[in-house]
Design a protein around this ligand. Structure first.
Ligand code: UTP
Length: 292
């Protein structure tokens, strides 16, 4: 079985739920304390054994490319800043060495499935991970790596899933699942943005999957679905019905950086554990909470 060393990060959405912040700024570049969301995602992929990453971008996302590039002027200034600037200098340089990062443009915003289909030639005939560009997952054991381990065990496509509330699931996807063992399930059907009468279970795909290249021929045939977009879930549904997929209820906390509340939850929880500002932020938050 081929190892999973490639990952695709779709980051070509319009981010309409976070306007006006995302009018000219890609939502993937929104910071969580001091790092843009997409850097957390790239770091998770690298910790999972990924060496090559394709980021799907669109117009106005040049900032993402700049972030993973070297910046000689800035590095020069930090070098002459003495020992106290040395750590940040190393951090800045390391960003450009995290992985081999490639970019391709999705020329029209036609949905997540359409975005993933832009990765066909990068992927070739290897299995690959997909990390949704607005889902940051923080945890000891990287979520992407948990899915890769399931792929290595079962040799089939893998979905990263979590249980969501009955109200929330209509905005996500719903899966038909049966337990395999521990946090592994067999998934044989799914639906994107189900109406309440179509809910199959409260398990939903949240932010990560591992796919085989079979998905590309299916994507070519996938018609626009919910919201008029070519949905990755619809293509994965064909795969699940055909050969079954494995759903992994991964450990780690997922933050939805595509909506305002998710962004604030990420900020607060990461700030509380931040080595530099964690203690001060905790005191600040306690004083605020006392006055609520
Ligand atoms: P979303 O469903 O959150 O879409 O995409 P969006 O357009 O970014 O957000 P809203 O609804 O307008 O606020 C989930 C992931 O798929 C990517 C997004 O960048 C995000 O990481 N995506 C979505 C694409 O790359 N291309 C698309 O055509 C749609």
């Amino acid at each position: 079985m081929k190892k999973v060393t490639k990952a695709v990060i779709p980051a070509a959405g319009l981010g309409t739920r976070v306007l006006p912040a995302t009018k000219s700024m890609p939502k993937e570049m929104l910071p969580i304390v001091d790092k843009p969301a997409i850097q957390y995602i790239v770091e998770e992929a690298v910790r999972s054994g990924i060496t090559d990453i394709l980021i799907i971008t669109n117009r106005g996302k040049g900032l993402i490319e700049d972030h993973f590039d070297r910046v000689p002027e800035l590095e020069g200034r930090l070098t002459s800043g003495g020992p106290e600037k040395e750590k940040i200098l190393n951090d800045i340089i390391n960003i450009s060495h995290l992985a081999n990062i490639y970019f391709v443009r999705q020329k029209e915003t036609r949905g997540l499935g359409h975005a993933v289909n832009c990765a066909r030639s990068f992927v070739g005939d290897e299995p690959f991970a997909v990390l949704y560009g607005d889902d940051v997952i923080i945890g000891e054991d990287p979520a992407c790596g948990q899915l890769i381990r399931a792929y290595e065990e079962f040799g089939r496509g893998v979905l990263g899933v979590k249980k969501v509330s009955a109200e929330a699931i209509t905005k996500y996807s719903s899966l038909k699942v049966e337990p395999i063992h521990d946090n592994y399930f067999n998934c044989t059907d799914m639906i994107e943005k189900p109406s309440p009468d179509k809910i199959m279970s409260l398990y939903s795909i949240l932010g990560r999957c591992v796919l085989t290249p079979d998905i590309f021929d299916i994507l070519d045939q996938t018609q626009p679905g919910a919201g008029g977009e070519i949905q990755l879930t619809d293509a994965m549904c064909t795969l699940a019905r055909r050969e079954g997929m494995v759903a992994v209820d991964y450990t780690g906390t997922r933050y939805d950086m595509g909506n305002k509340l998710g962004i604030m939850q990420a900020q607060v929880e990461v700030a509380l554990n931040h080595p530099e500002i964690g203690a001060d932020f905790r005191n600040y938050l306690k004083s605020i909470c006392a006055s609520l």
